[in-house]
Write a protein that binds this ligand. Structure first.
Ligand code: ZN
Length: 363
């Protein structure tokens, strides 16, 4: 056996673990306390029968709780059995990073998994995932009680990546070449150093409304739709609340979710700016999603989204503007973009709003 077993300075590690809890955004250790004078099987230097370990084995006291290393979502729950690939009772959580990428933490050889740990459930940092143990290849007669802990780039039990020529690799928990090549990350480079998005930033901290968040999940959640910027609520013209929130995703145009009394609608790209510049007290609740507007007589094309007391109308040529109140009533009588007036060219000013085909009176 060629593991390099490090004597753990327990006090120092426990202190680090406690310290990591002070900053809830930074990744923490998966246990509050480690057993003194026990082994930690390191990943970067540890070789077992010529294989590289894919994680770190943290030794713990019997029945110690295994804790979520950061705010995250339960992705995979596998009970000890023929499909555990040697990892025994195993849980994988996903954590959203500020750059939009996800990082996955894996907890293996648990003696049991807690009942509330089910796929799709979100957990806070420090939430108990299960109890430390030695299930499957964590065999208690051979090794101390420990958790096999990994950080990896995909929510899978084996290797996230398979280097060319090594697709047939069957070692779980070990790889034939350094573990980074297989999509594993060194926990010591992440714990206490890297941050994940918090509960509030992912957007679930502010008065969860089922319809709103169901739509958010349907559109892809934090990784597909974007990271929430904080929820805003305004009163509409008929007294109801219009709720909205901007979402950002690196490399993608910003998007927005708006909820009124008729449903939740997504707004994207330039319509987001038009919406944010509009006065909700005048515009009101969204009545439908944004869609293509009819071509104007001037040949302009663009987008339109109807609200209770107006619409957002956008064209690449003129920009996006809200048309509301009496202006909206007249504009509709003239078949909006397809009619005499075409697309708006400006916001109301001096009691008028300018359109391609002339001006309409505004309040
Ligand atoms: Zn291990």
């Amino acid at each position: 056996m060629k593991w390099i077993a490090k004597k753990v300075a327990c006090a120092a590690l426990a202190l680090l673990a406690a310290g990591a809890c002070a900053d809830l955004k930074k990744f923490a250790f998966p246990m509050a306390k480690f057993v003194p004078d026990q082994f930690v099987f390191d990943n970067q230097v540890g070789l077992f029968k010529g294989k590289y370990h894919t994680g770190v084995d943290f030794a713990g006291a019997k029945d110690a709780q295994i804790l979520a290393v950061n705010f995250g979502k339960v992705e995979v729950v596998v009970p000890v059995g023929p499909k555990d690939f040697g990892l025994g009772n195993c849980v994988i959580l996903s954590h959203l990073l500020p750059d939009g990428n996800k990082l996955y933490s894996l907890y293996g050889h648990l003696s049991r998994i807690n009942e509330d740990i089910k796929p799709g459930v979100w957990v806070a940092q420090g939430h108990p995932v299960g109890i430390v143990g030695g299930s499957a290849w964590g065999e208690l007669n051979k090794y101390p009680i420990h958790v096999h802990f990994e950080f990896k780039t995909a929510p899978v039990l084996g290797s996230p990546k398979k280097p060319a020529g090594k697709e047939q690799e069957v070692w779980f928990g070990y790889q034939s070449t350094p573990s980074e090549e297989w999509g594993y990350l060194d926990p010591y480079k992440i714990i206490g150093k890297v941050e994940a998005l918090s509960f509030d930033e992912v957007g679930r901290g502010s008065g969860k409304q089922p319809l709103y968040w169901a739509e958010y999940d349907r559109l892809g959640g934090p990784s597909g739709f974007g990271v929430a910027s904080g929820d805003v609520q305004r009163k509409g013209p008929t007294g109801q609340t219009v709720r909205y929130q901007r979402f950002t995703l690196p490399g993608k145009p910003d998007r927005l979710l708006a909820e009124g009394n008729t449903g939740v609608y997504a707004i994207s790209g330039p319509m987001v700016e038009a919406f944010l510049a509009a006065d909700i007290a005048t515009l009101g609740s969204p009545l439908q999603g944004e869609h293509d507007a009819e071509r104007s007589k001037a040949g302009t094309t663009g987008r339109i989204m109807e609200f209770e007391k107006g619409a957002l109308v956008w064209s690449a040529k003129h920009g996006g503007f809200a048309v509301t109140g009496v202006t909206w009533e007249r504009y509709q009588r003239f078949q909006t973009t397809a009619g005499k007036f075409g697309f708006p060219k400006a916001s109301p000013s001096g009691g008028k709003q300018a359109f391609e085909g002339g001006s309409l009176p505004a309040e």
